[in-house]
Design a binder for this molecule. Sequence first.
Ligand code: ADP
Length: 259
Amino acid sequence: MHPKHKVSDNNLVIEARDIRVQLGGLEVLRGVDLKVPAGELVALIGPNGSGKTTLLRALLGLQKITAGEIKLFGASNLRTVLPRVGYVPQKLNLERSFILSVREFLALRLHKTRNWFWQSRRKTDSLISETFAEIGVEALLDRPVAQLSGGQLQRVMIAFSLLGKPELLLLDEPTAGVDTPGELSFYDLIAEIQRRHHLTVILVSHDLSMVYRHASWVYALNGVICCEGSPEHVMNAESLKQAYGIHVSPYHHDHSHVH
Ligand code: ADP
């Protein structure tokens, strides 16, 4: 057991038992168990089509499960705890005609919070600027959201989630390899945000070198959890072979990826 992964039932942020999901006649999740304690950066890896997005959506109550049980922060009524959760989906399909600037888009997030009515314009602006300085994308504030690159949009979406002051952040396969020189890499940024805000993070990732560097626990999914454990444990070729159905020799150098 990884020393940082102390599972006691009273600090579990996510507890999922035997989750099953059927999509189009196919059983996409076939009995998935997860236990995620507070403060972990958990990586969810697995080949395309292995159910990673479906699992995140099930955790958010966006995907109906056919069996099993999900608790977030100890509550089975997910709706009541969703305000404590931030979600950054894999991609947003924005119409080109979506005309809001990044600043206006983020202001919407603040206006959804329950105190919007007494927040002055100045307060809104300063909250947004603070969060943006942290993510390092101040230069994007006045750009139209619909014109951002995939990587820029992911960062804006992270800022958007952070404005909701989440305790749990679910990130679906953020775009890799889009970092601008001088910026923190996307994954370093996530790790720093996680530490600074004491977040629990589930990160869907294909970037095994990042998983190796930053995750405190790894789940390898292929309809079921094929293996879980510390990165050192899961990254051994035998367990990855089970998860991906192919042979890989991961993590020996910094830029290894599974394609
Ligand atoms: P991953 O995120 O690991 O790539 P997904 O959770 O997106 O996997 O998809 C898991 C499986 O479910 C895939 O085989 C996919 O084709 C299928 N699937 C996803 N969404 C639907 C849907 N709405 N209807 C039918 N099948 C779906």
